[in-house]
Design a protein around this ligand. Structure first.
Ligand code: GDP
Length: 174
């Protein structure tokens, strides 16, 4: 896949607290799979997916922290050259939403100022466990001028849309 022909290659990154569902969102988008267990994590991982926009083929290279966020070990190289970021929180854990601002600060510190950021509230299937209201996500996104969606990697709701919004917006800016 990596050497398939494409017109553009976009690096994008996944960020957010541990266990919010970043790896599962990525595997859902890249391979349409869902893993119930958190995988053992060493180093950064990434996956590719090609998307057709008009007559252009965009190859998105999507980086996953692979658990590094637990050790606060995400560094410059993770963000370097990234044109888009998907900032994920878990709608069933309020603290992961409260940490969104911390992640935005980190993005501003290390990332390109023009980076496209999509805020994602994941695990929308867990309705009974919800701690963060949709409106809270929307309001924050409005204030911070981000795109916003709620997703379920488990039930494959809005996952494709979230990645495609990011890729399309990068394409329009590029
Ligand atoms: P990461 O640490 O942010 O990469 O999170 P993972 O992708 O490893 O997911 C952490 C846990 O949440 C795993 O047990 C997943 O099965 C679970 N999970 C991820 N996405 C969803 C979702 O949309 N719904 C539900 N119910 N569980 C999810």
């Amino acid at each position: 896949m990596a050497d398939e022909e494409c017109d553009y290659l976009f690096k994008t990154v996944l960020i957010g607290d541990s266990a919010v569902g970043k790896s599962n969102l990525l595997s859902r988008f890249a391979k349409d799979e869902f893993y119930l267990d958190t995988k053992p994590t060493i180093g950064v991982e990434f996956a590719y997916r090609n998307t057709k926009l008009g007559d252009k083929i965009i190859k998105a290279q999507i980086w996953d922290t692979a658990g590094q966020e637990r050790f606060r070990a995400i560094t410059n190289s993770y963000y370097r050259g990234a044109l888009g970021a998907m900032l994920v929180y878990d709608i069933t854990r309020n603290e992961t939403f409260e940490h969104v601002r911390k992640w935005l600060q980190e993005l501003r510190e290390f990332g390109d100022p023009d980076m496209v950021v999509v805020l994602v509230g994941n695990k929308s299937d867990l309705v009974d466990l919800r701690e963060v209201e949709v409106e809270d996500g929307q309001k924050l996104a409005e204030v911070e001028k981000l795109c916003f969606l709620e997703t379920s990697a488990k039930e494959n709701v809005n996952v494709e849309d979230a990645f495609l919004q990011m890729i399309t917006k990068i394409y329009k800016i590029a």
